[in-house]
Design a protein around this ligand. Structure first.
Ligand code: GDP
Ligand code: IMO
Ligand code: MG
Length: 430
């Protein structure tokens, strides 16, 4: 059995979708194991651009079975919309290509309403969530009042569980100045989606165990980025799930020993969307240029992404947390034309030097990056397909990232398109 985990090594939007789509050609199964439709993963093939939010990014490859694991939170309206759109475009012709775990929790309209209203109420202290109801849904899961995919198949039980959930959530909504949710309307809407999703619903943990037994190639598709992990990220400016490699075990229902390789995806610079500290953020013309050339606008919400220099402290930490066996370095093309490039190698916080990301928010907010400066290059590297053909300065930049993160760069992405890639090693084998 050979498995590969793809994880985001920064604050999300590193290009995970592109890499998963590329490797899905060689995979039997592609599995989402955490998060929900707060993710937006972009796949570009020729002139066709697809953004998936819940559907695993292997979906364009008919031979790759797509699994939505128990750790994912599912908004059935969004998932049905994605299925419809993909079918309309000729994908997902065989319903057996998609498997949805029966234990995955459901995002209800009430979760979305609470997410949006509590962000509004938080004012300047808001997290800048995607407003998709992710946090409130995971809260209900942990509070043991959530509704799950399996409940959609039992209308009487669904209604009973929904009433119990609304007994807690409706007063909360009213306190936030929003109208209470209507149980009848939710039942009608959700149970109709349930009928549509039913043919895909199964015990995916059991399915994956069987795939492991048969020696199949499994690709685990992480969402978000390590610094958004609920435990290891820049709390409280994080998402509500674990996103590091360790989440594969619980979120897909497989023993961690089945994870053989981990590829961390990192941009050649850094971006962040939403609130929270970002030590290497550039509030100047370089930041604006990165945003413009890199088209740094959120795939889910369209918000402009904050941009900054490559932060080796962050990626080194991600490599340690997730046991990254390699880095896929994306968007290297975006740096072309910058005369000098900076890399943060450490932080200084209140006179103290940090080689790791400090846990304390006040330390992190005051963190001054310690920069190293490297030469840039002017060549357009979009057409390059072999490492040796990259400008010497680009090769030096990559080598320095490898040293600082103690992790080899095994893939370089020089454009959004599937083929705009320099592959140095087979990710399933290295
Ligand atoms: P994900 O959430 O990690 O899958 O990343 P997103 O899809 O949200 O954001 C990455 C963006 O960068 C998308 O618009 C991609 O099409 C684009 N992209 C990915 N790799 C490259 C690259 O190497 N160069 C350029 N210029 N764009 C890229
Ligand atoms: P992908 O998979 C970038 C951020 C939000 C916000 C915080 C909490 O495309 O890389 P949430 O809605 O999850 O409660 O928001 O997390 N965030 C992401 N940022 N890419 C993502 O996913 C993200 N998923 C969540 O912007 O700051
Ligand atoms: Mg994204």
């Amino acid at each position: 059995m050979s498995s590969l985990v793809i994880v985001g090594a920064q604050w999300g939007d590193e290009g995970k979708g592109k890499v998963v789509d590329l490797f899905a050609a060689h995979a039997d199964v592609v599995v989402r194991f955490q998060g929900g439709n707060n993710a937006g993963h972009t796949l570009v093939v020729g002139n066709e651009r697809t953004i998936v939010h819940l559907m695993p990014a292997g979906v364009l490859h008919a031979q790759a079975t797509c699994v939505i694991g128990n750790g994912v939170v599912i908004d059935p309206a969004v998932l049905c919309g994605e299925i419809d759109e993909l079918r309309r475009r000729g994908y997902l012709a065989d319903p057996a290509q998609l498997k949805i775990d029966e234990r995955a929790h459901l995002i209800l309209p009430v979760h979305r309403a609470i997410d949006v209203a509590s962000e509004e109420q938080a004012g300047a202290g808001r997290i800048g969530t995607t407003g998709r109801g992710i946090g409130p849904c995971y809260e209900d899961k942990m509070a043991r009042r959530g509704l799950r995919v399996v409940d959609l198949l039992d209308p009487e039980w669904f209604r009973r569980r929904l009433d119990a959930l609304l007994a807690v959530r409706n007063p909360a909504l009213e306190r936030l100045g929003r109208p209470a949710a209507d149980a009848d309307a939710i039942c009608r809407e959700l149970l109709a989606y349930g009928e549509r999703l039913a043919p895909h619903v199964t015990d995916t943990s059991l399915y994956l165990a069987d795939q492991v037994e048969r020696g199949r190639r499994i690709l685990f598709e992480g969402a978000h980025g390590s610094m958004l992990d609920i435990d290891h990220g820049t709390y409280p400016f994080v998402t509500s799930s674990n996103v590091v490699t360790g989440a594969v075990g619980t979120g897909a229902g497989i023993p961690p020993r089945h994870v053989s390789r981990v590829l961390g995806i990192s941009k050649a610079y850094t971006t962040r969307v939403g609130g929270g500290p970002f030590p290497t953020e550039l509030d100047d013309e370089v930041g604006a240029k990165l945003r413009e050339v890199g088209v740094e606008f959120g795939s889910t919400t369209g918000r402009p992404r904050r941009c900054g220099w490559f932060d080796a402290v962050v990626v080194r930490q991600a490599a340690r947390l997730s046991g990254m066996s390699g880095i896929a370095l994306t968007k290297l093309d975006v740096l072309s034309g910058l005369p000098k490039l900076k890399i943060a190698v450490a932080y200084e916080c209140d006179g103290k030097r940090f080689e790791r990301v400090p846990a304390g928010m006040r330390d992190l907010e005051s963190a001054k990056p310690v920069y190293e400066e490297l030469d840039g290059w002017t060549e357009d590297i979009g057409p390059v397909r072999r490492f040796e053909e990259l400008p010497a300065a680009a090769r030096r930049y990559i080598a320095r990232i490898e040293e600082l993160t103690a992790t080899p760069v095994t893939l370089i992405s020089v454009g959004a398109e599937r083929e705009e890639t320099i592959l140095l090693r087979d990710p399933f084998l290295v």
